[in-house]
Write a protein that binds this ligand. Sequence first.
Ligand SMILES: Cc1ncc(COP(=O)(O)O)c(C=O)c1O
Length: 408
Amino acid sequence: MADKPLSRNPETWHEATRLVHGGGLRSQYGETSEALFLTQGYVYESAEIAEARFKGQEPGFIYSRYSNPTIAMFEERMCLLEGAEAARATASGMAAVTAALMGQLKAGDHIVSARALFGSCLYVVQELLPRFGVASTLVDGTDLAQWRAAVRAETKVFFLETPTNPCLEVYDIAAIAEIAHEAGATLVVDNVFASPVLQKPLRHGADCTVYSATKHIDGQGRCLGGVILASREFIDKHIHTFLRQTGPALSPFNAWILLKSLETLRLRVAEQVRSAEKIADALSGNRNIERLIYPGRPDHPQADIVRRQMTGGGTLISFALEGGKEAAFAFSNALSIIKISNNLGDAKSIITHPATTTHQRLTQEARAALGITDGLLRLSVGLEDAEDLIADLRQALTAIDRKGLAAE
Ligand SMILES: Cc1ncc(COP(=O)(O)O)c(C=O)c1O
């Protein structure tokens, strides 16, 4: 549990310091690097102490499904980064999303969600929740009138991700939070694409932020993880018991990896954003690219919201190639440094063809409605030299030119 700051006055520190020292729990050995407590349980000095711990009358750890010192350090560091009162870590991003929604909802309730969601999140909203009697309505996240019109007396939760996967639409968190609150609902924001460095949804009125820590937070492709951040009241009311009793706990080993990764998160994301800006400019106007989307460019459709809500354009660029799937595959296969995979926020640059991978479960019509065309590619910009990445992308564009797949 990370409901209390564990370090001395960390609230007075700047973000970079919080990410290095925040939440540190040093053991009696005085280790420099945070310890990995690879234990499922804890020994009590007496039966009376065991009883008091279980009754919540005395602080301390009980069982690693509930919490663990390494996990507590990660949660506390995340609280300090996000400006949240409380956090709970989970085994994956999907465990975080599922708990944040199911922890609040019951049969008879209604959820309103943006249509442009990661495939597994869409499954939870559109298929899983309705199986338990929770009705769902999907809206165009950019259209505030649609959010307003979707509200019913039973609406309890609004849910969105911004920027969206993979078309990088940006939604106005403050305006949508206001509509949710007027309706007596909460707003949950999946902040995976922005990362906690570039966008802090709680500051814009969201009630709960969820992460796949698998992405930028690890940032080195090593482990799965998730985290839910909110007020202490929200966590106590909706999340605490749900997670304890259903058990999607983060492994202490993965918590340790994620905790250490936070130390470099700002540096990694800042460098990735710098490279993404250069790459977006280098690709823009290329005759083989019919559409290029990067939230950091002034031609992004929601550029004004990006300026208000984010402190950088992000580490992802999406672009649609002329020539559909054939061109997208030929282009991906011609890349050398950039790898074909489906992670994002990684140190290694990654190209993804959403129509045949992350969004292949959707019908062609559903994909078309979201702008996921057969020529669309999502590029997650890594930590390689931007000039090398630009050269790799250019030689792949030349390769599709040679194959006769290029635009006329
Ligand atoms: C926007 C978004 N939300 C949630 C998830 C789920 O995260 P995880 O794979 O850690 O369960 C992902 C994963 O790709 C994602 O892109």
